[in-house]
Every structure is written in C-alpha cells, then in structure tokens.
Ligand binder design. Sequence first.
Ligand SMILES: Nc1ncnc2c1ncn2[C@@H]1O[C@H](COP(=O)(O)OP(=O)(O)OP(=O)(O)O)[C@@H](O)[C@H]1O
Length: 258
Amino acid sequence: MENLPFYQEINNEAEIFEHAWRNKLPLLLKGPTGCGKSRFVEFMAEKLGQRLITISCHEETSATDLIGRYIIKGAETVWVDGPMTTAIKEGAILYLDELAEARPDVVVAIHSLTDHRRELFIDKLGETIKADPNFMLVASFNPGYQKGFKELKPSTRQRFIALSFHYPEAKTETHILEKESGIDHSNAKKIVAIGNKIRNLTELGLAETVSTRLLVDASILIHSGLGKRQSMHVAVVEPLTDDEHTTTSLKDLCDLMI
Ligand SMILES: Nc1ncnc2c1ncn2[C@@H]1O[C@H](COP(=O)(O)OP(=O)(O)OP(=O)(O)O)[C@@H](O)[C@H]1O
C-alpha cells in the first residue's frame, strides 16, 4: 500500500469497484476528460494489489494491437501476445481508456470477455483462452465528446456496470489541488472558483470545459513560483480555446479573480 497514489473518493466508487472486481463484472467509467477516471483505476489496482495494463484507444487501435500478432524473428515467425492477452493470462486489470474511439473489431473482441464466458478467441492461433480469475476489464467513455464524437452501442454498454464521474464540488476539488500541487488553501480556492465560473459560461460554446487536470496544472505552476496570472493563462485558458475573442475574455476573467 506504500505506493498508493492519492485519490480523493467522491461517491463510494472504491467499494463499487472492489465488488465488481470480486464478482468478475466489467466496469465502465463515464465522464469528461481530466476528471479523475484514470487516477481512480491506478488507485484501485494498487489497493487491490493487481497489475494494471492501460491502453489509450484511438481510431487506429485494432483488435490485433490488443490481442497479438506474429512477428518475424530471424528465420522464424513467432507469436507475441498483445496487452489484452497478457492481462487475461496474468489476471491483470485491463483499462481501455476511451473505448469508443477504438476500431469496431476491438469492441467485437471484448464481447466474449465481458459475459459469463470470460474468454478470448484468438483466431490467428485457433485458440480460446480463459481469463484468469483476477482478470478485470475496465473501460472509460466520454459521453460529451466534441462534435462527431463516437457512441458506444447499447449492446456494448450493457455488458458493463457503469459509474458516472463529474468534476468534483468546490470543496473537494480545492482539497485535490492542495494535495496534488502543494499550493496553499486560499489560492487553491480561487483557482477552483475560476474553474467553476468558466464551467458555467456555457454560452462560450467550448468543446470541453476546464478539467480538474488543468486546474491542477495551474496550481503546480503557481506553487513552483510562476506568476499567478501567467500560470492561469497557460494552464487554463490557452488549452481551452483558439478563438481570440474567447481567449481575451477568459484571460480577463482569470486576472480579475486570481
Ligand atoms: N478524485 C481525484 N483524486 C485525486 N486526483 C484527482 C481526482 N480527480 C482528478 N484528479 C487530478 O486530475 C488529474 C487528471 O485526472 P485523470 O488523469 O484521472 O483524468 P481522466 O478522467 O482519466 O481523463 P482522460 O479521460 O482525459 O484520460 C489527475 O492527474 C489528478 O491530478
């Protein structure tokens, strides 16, 4: 437990995760970017003493990348397990970050893993492997992802139990900033107030609003001695938008409130 990463529990999610793991139920974490999903999975893997294998899915992620492939070694071809196969065999926690982004064959591959069978068919080997009892599949999904976002089909979603993540309420988020950066309470409070102000400015039409991650970054910069205004500009405003008018307004807002 020495290496347990800091994770501020919000709503009994640790107990839910533990029950899911014990009962071999796959878990889907829903929520916007930078709200603590990955940190939560890292924390739980460590707490349960399980190895964690994380895959950040993107549009090129294919079943072959996850399951494995033959490679040429000298004069021979040898089979190399992909990260999903390794996790199944070793009984690790497999975290598929942004599952909806992966190619459809990945979703097909996890179907037999996410029901009572808990097995994976490797067509290139003609083999079916049964998951180790400790194996657990966790996936994340961002329901509000930008325009053109990808959905998860109901037939896939309904293979998981699901937990919703949101940006924490002000008091909790202030505590997270203090713990993550070492910043003092009064500055942490101001940064969170700015974050919440921007989150409420829905008329700005931002693709994604300020994440806890960005607020942590601003706190780290301020704690390290960079000017407060500049820290807010580079950590909070610039990553959010390229629109000149919006950038200016948000910088003015930060200057006023920090
Ligand atoms: N509940 C929390 N406890 C501790 N730290 C948190 C918490 N929520 C957010 N954080 C902080 O926010 C940062 C970003 O969180 P994390 O990487 O887990 O986001 P995420 O939801 O997985 O985002 P993405 O979907 O973009 O990968 C963490 O590195 C941590 O500093």
